[in-house]
Design a protein around this ligand. Sequence first.
Ligand code: PEP
Ligand code: MN
Length: 385
Amino acid sequence: MIIEMEKGHPITVEAIGKIAARHGNTLEVIEGSEVYDTLHVIGDVRSLASQADYLANLAGVERVWRISSSYKNIARVVGDGRRKAVHRQRRVVEVRGPDGLMRRIGAGKHIFLAGPDSVQTEEQTLTQARMLAAMADRLKIRDRLIFRAGAFKPRTRPTDFRGLGLEGIAILDRVRQETGIPYITEVMDHTLVEQLAGQVDMFQIGTRNAQDFALLEKVGNSGRPVMLKRGFGNDAEEWFNAAEYIANQGNLDIVLCERGVKTMFARNGYNRFTPDFNVLRHAKEKTILPVAFDPSHAAGDDRLVAENLLASLAFLPDASITEVLHAESFRVEQMCDARQALLIELYEKTVEAVLAFEAGVAPLLQQVEDHFELRRGATQEAGAR
Ligand code: PEP
Ligand code: MN
């Protein structure tokens, strides 16, 4: 923690020294050449952090900075306890299907999560899953496919279709049995997590529940991998701290997913949300977690989904989660997110483009990323779990 303060407030400096000591910290005063001095708080500041607002209000205090990260379980750079920075290894999140294949998110190959926005009928869900499985077999990426579909749907209006609930989960179970492909689905109610953990392969936390802390802790205890969407009004720190709620329970199988944020351009213009591509890079730099991109909610329009997915590739995401449609004739029946559902034939072309990018361009971009990693001094890799 660093405290920036105006010169000439010895009483405040003394008071801060005493408070710091009560929390087991010491102070080092660095004299500035002009109006401000800087106080460096030395030691573990987690306890003192609860007083940061109080300190910021003391006479002469200009600013209080917390520099050590509050999301220690998922942070890329941590202290080694002897005031040395250690760069931890990135995590790989594994999801196994009944087909015996392991989907490894963060292991270098792009993982494709795809499926309808929601489960509406068994026939619709199964048809789509079969078509996606056939696509994956054609493109030899079965071990990179995870099926997505919502059974519990967060809706703005309570009168809209809110998903089939547990009946939808039962359909997903049967579809998985039939196709061998594991599935990810959203959970909203923390009281259901324990029950669902016995069924679902991966939990999705939606943008609207990205700061439902009780829910985050429950999935943290579920023993299942979790994809955490970024809250559409959350900054990166809030997002990482939300992930820390999960990690803090001992579950580090978390994938961070950027799905677009609300900006002043949302709604009245050409898009529902605005994709923040830069944050993909930031998330990889600041955390050890794999990072995914959702081109569907970022685009809000099926004409823009392929473009969004391809644009995100420059930032080397570990995975993407895309809403697809099995037949154009179903669009009129689709009860949620019909406008942004990408027809499966077009999705297949997009996946082919991702694979071409992965083979041709990604290695070059990886060299660029590696350069900056080295520049940051990320040479010593500690053995993170
Ligand atoms: C979804 O995946 O269908 C969904 C509701 O996503 P988000 O939480 O990002 O809006
Ligand atoms: Mn959706």
